[in-house]
Ligand binder design. Structure first.
Ligand SMILES: Cc1cc2nc3c(=O)[nH]c(=O)nc-3n(C[C@H](O)[C@H](O)[C@H](O)COP(=O)(O)OP(=O)(O)OC[C@H]3O[C@@H](n4cnc5c(N)ncnc54)[C@H](O)[C@@H]3O)c2cc1C
Length: 320
């Protein structure tokens, strides 16, 4: 953790905003793993203009990291330096414009994928039911090119809006997103603020049945009620990460409070009291064993952010 005196110096120079700052926030309470460290500052912008103003006027040396719902993120135990931005109210509006049988769905980047899927179901918009199986925000789904059951964001995106590190607004076509498997090539410091997704006219009852099927499949195959970060590793070309992990004998492997899920061995779960270091260390051990057994090098899909360090840290207010 950076020295309090140095931190206080830049905190005092953060721009006045309409949104909310919170200082020394325990991120482990709000990310899916329920593990890891604190953020020096969490900023919840009021809206796009507020966020753009913040980005344009913040002290240049302050690092900025955006976290959505934290369903694909591991916050290291030493916490995240600088300002963690979280898009909430002001970034959740969802509405639909019809062009004949085609629906254009305007969504804020802070909207939950599940809520977008439900809203579209109720409005008779088909083609976005896959979002009901992704437990994050639209912003996280854009960054990760999230997908399931044969669809991914690249298939449904019409355009995305993002603010760059200096607060300038960019409108991106799907080509400009540079999508590949669980990845977008948009610069890491750009923050998605909204998107337009395409759907088509459908029957709410049929879409609802499809969503129920998706949920039943997920219940059966993934530890969706566990403290986890989703798929730990991307699938190497021509292979399933979980099969390689199983082959290397890692199903059920533990380290501290972290465990390779018995149900789906590409998921690490916090079985109780895991530190981020337990989770990351277990992932690295799995990588080592898989490489030894198969010669293939697994790549992390989970985004690891922040500093290595001790846990728990002292002091600070708990509430975000
Ligand atoms: C039980 C479980 C099941 C899952 N199943 C699936 C699945 O089937 N398919 C799938 O693809 N994923 C799955 N995931 C992973 C995860 O839900 C997705 O990657 C999701 O899109 C992440 O969204 P998030 O809002 O939680 O992002 P976070 O996890 O908070 O962040 C992920 C990355 O996105 C960046 N990010 C977040 N918001 C923004 C923004 N507004 N602008 C720019 N960058 C941003 C972060 O900086 C980080 O690099 C699963 C996760 C869990 C826990």
């Amino acid at each position: 953790m950076i020295a309090r005196s140095k931190m206080a110096d830049w905190i005092e120079r953060l721009p006045a905003v309409r949104g909310r700052y919170a200082i020394d926030v325990d991120l482990s309470r709000t990310v899916w793993f329920r593990a890891g460290g604190r953020a020096d500052v969490v900023y919840r912008p009021a809206d796009i203009d507020d966020l753009a103003h913040f980005l344009a006027t913040r002290p240049a040396e302050v690092p900025v990291t955006v976290v959505g719902l934290g369903s694909n993120v591991l916050v290291r135990d030493g916490g995240v330096e600088g300002v963690v931005i979280r898009l909430r109210q002001g970034f959740r509006d969802t509405s639909i414009r019809w062009e004949g049988e085609r629906a254009l769905v305007d969504v804020g980047a802070g909207a939950l994928d599940m809520n977008v899927a439900r809203y579209c179901r109720d409005q008779g918009v088909d083609g976005l039911a896959f979002l009901s199986g992704i437990p994050g925000t639209v912003g996280g789904a854009l960054r990760m090119n999230a997908g399931a059951y044969g669809y991914e964001m690249a298939d449904v995106l019409v355009e995305a809006k993002a603010l760059d590190g200096g607060g300038a607004l960019h409108v991106l076509t799907p080509d400009e997103m540079g999508f590949s498997y669980r990845h977008s090539a948009v610069p890491e410091d750009w923050i998605f603020v909204s998107a337009v997704l395409a759907g088509r006219r459908g029957e709410p009852a049929t879409i609802a049945r499809h969503m129920e099927e998706i949920n039943a499949q997920r219940e059966a195959s993934q530890p969706i009620r566990a403290r986890t970060g989703g798929s730990t590793f991307t699938n190497p070309a021509g292979h399933s990460a979980w099969e390689l992990i199983d082959e290397a004998g890692c199903r059920g492997l533990t380290r501290g409070g972290a465990q390779i899920s018995e149900q789906h061995c590409n998921f690490i779960v916090n079985a109780g009291g895991a530190t981020a270091s337990d989770i990351e260390g277990l992932g690295e051990e799995v990588r080592r064993r898989v490489e030894e057994k198969t010669g293939l090098s697994l790549q992390w899909e989970i985004r690891r952010i922040g500093r290595h360090g001790r846990w728990p840290q002292d002091g600070g207010e708990k509430a975000e």
